[in-house]
Ligand binder design. Structure first.
Ligand code: F6P
Length: 319
């Protein structure tokens, strides 16, 4: 293999830059040229593709976001759009593509692979919701950001005897909420995988208040319920002021933590190793502390992501 491409796609995640850097530098060390694609599949379709030199990825390992840019591009579902994208890549002489992103991005990589253009997927998302890996690039940085935010909320909640509801990203995956809950000592943990019984939550919070509890933190994953409305209903029942805080996109930015930089570097390099051995159509993961790769189609279609019941149980045991 002589020329490969790399793109970042979907929601950005801290550590994506470190992954691109690793792809570029590993490839160059093997005499393979690398082409960077601007703004994910959108730029691939628009043929915004440029060759990357070693110095193009200097001073990036410590930067959040993705210097290549990212986009959500649902039109990539259409076969004609993908065909044009493949044509663009072939024009540049590219023979394979490294896609860094979440499961939507994997779907694009899977479809390109099925159309005869081999792709390797690297899991890059703060949600930790990608099959075939214990951790995604960006998850630990976002976790630290959420912990910092909850620590701050705890200070002010305890001063004012208030209840805080914290809405945490994750799409439909509760990993960020569960781990942030354990790390911050949140009193209540609500995640999409477990469903949500509002009446039972409010009753428990009210019982705690009757028993003398003066402040509480409720950690909840986005999309489960309207947190502002929930805050009003809790306040009405308990008599304690209740405020909802939606952490939002703050969780996506910031300097990648050590774990994400190292993970991204390992995964980026491993992707190039695989391609140089002629292996394509795979997604890279880390499982039980070892780098692994799986068939990308199989990962998307058949690999379950088991719910972290043990960690979920710990949230209430220690609350
Ligand atoms: O997938 C990352 C993520 O931040 C999710 O946690 C969230 O649901 C979504 O992206 C938000 O997407 P957008 O940035 O397009 O609003």
């Amino acid at each position: 293999i002589k020329k490969i491409g790399v793109l970042t796609s979907g929601g950005d995640a801290p550590g994506m830059n470190a992954a691109v850097r690793a792809v570029v530098r590993t490839a160059l060390s093997k005499g393979v040229d690398v082409y960077g694609v601007w703004d994910g599949y959108l730029g691939l379709h628009q043929n915004r593709i440029e060759q990357l030199a070693r110095h193009d990825v200097s001073d990036l390992i410590n930067r959040g976001g993705t210097f290549l840019g990212s986009a959500r591009f649902p039109e990539f579902k259409e076969e004609s759009v993908r065909r044009e994208a493949i044509e663009n890549m072939r024009q540049h002489g590219m023979e394979a593509l490294v896609v860094i992103g979440g499961d939507g991005s994997y779907m694009g990589a899977k479809r390109l692979t099925e159309m005869g253009f081999p792709c390797i997927g690297l899991p890059g998302t703060i949600d930790n919701d990608v099959a075939g890996t214990d951790f995604t690039i960006g998850f630990h940085t976002a976790l630290n950001t959420v912990l910092d935010a909850i620590d701050r909320l705890r200070d002010t909640c305890s001063s004012h005897h208030r209840i805080a509801i914290v809405e945490i990203m994750g799409r439909y995956c509760g990993d960020l909420t569960i781990m942030a809950s354990i790390g911050s000592g949140a009193e209540f943990t609500i995640v999409p995988e477990k469903g949500f019984d509002e009446e039972s939550l409010i009753q428990t919070v009210a019982d705690d208040v009757t028993a003398g509890k003066k402040h509480s933190i409720i950690a909840i994953t986005e999309h489960v319920t309207d947190v502002s409305a929930l805050a009003k209903r809790i306040e009405a029942r308990t008599g304690l002021e209740t405020r909802a805080t939606i952490l939002g996109h703050i969780q996506r930015g910031g300097v990648p933590c050590a774990f994400d930089r190292v993970l991204a570097s390992q995964m980026g390099s491993y992707a190039v190793e695989l391609l140089s051995q002629g292996v394509g159509g795979r997604c890279v993961g880390i499982q039980s502390n070892k780098l692994v790769h799986h068939d990308i189609v199989d990962a998307i279609e058949n690999m379950p992501r088991p719910f972290k019941q043990d960690l979920y149980d710990l949230t209430s045991l220690l609350a």
